[in-house]
Design a protein around this ligand. Structure first.
Ligand SMILES: [Fe+2]
Length: 165
């Protein structure tokens, strides 16, 4: 499991987030999606370093991409958890839903130009993503590992995509 110390170590790396194998949940499809979330966080961070109108527009566009991608990724995870009948699905979905609400709220604040600190938002995004992967996502990963061990895993569920729902 990812410790608070590991999260802080990553967070201190000039504000950039880098993928590390310790974040792996052991499912390539999900790992790739987590890598994309990290890439989007870095992109938003880079927008924060600039300070002009173009940077603001880029930031808004990237926030929109992030919201779309986060929703896509959460659907993929939830479908996967549903397929394996993961008992922690409801709790996990609650955390996803709260995050989406928060990000949408932040995007709205940014759009209206009120009470929004881009740098703070990027840090929130980074911290949330890393701790969510390290705690919540590792729980279903662990469940999948135990199913595998018992020979109870239908491997086709590991390539679950919300597109095929
Ligand atoms: Fe998740």
């Amino acid at each position: 499991m990812l410790t608070g110390q590991a999260v802080r170590a990553i967070s201190q790396d000039n504000g950039f987030v880098h993928w590390d194998s310790r974040y792996s949940v052991g499912i390539p499809l999900i790992d790739d999606q987590h890598k994309e979330l990290i890439r989007l966080t870095n992109e938003l961070y880079e927008c924060c370093l600039l300070n002009d109108t173009a940077a603001k527009a880029a930031f808004m566009l990237t926030i929109k991409h992030t919201v779309t991608y986060v929703k896509y990724h959460f659907s993929a995870e939830e479908k996967l958890m549903q397929n394996i009948q993961f008992p922690g699905l409801a709790e996990h979905k609650k955390e996803h839903d709260a995050f989406v609400v928060q990000v949408l709220k932040e995007a709205k604040s940014f759009e209206s130009g009120k009470q929004f600190v881009p740098n703070q938002f990027v840090h929130f995004l980074k911290d949330w993503t890393l701790s969510h992967i390290g705690v919540m996502d590792k729980k279903y990963a662990e469940y999948i590992r135990s199913l595998k061990k018992q020979g109870l895993l239908d491997k086709t569920v590991l390539s679950a995509s919300p597109v095929n729902q």
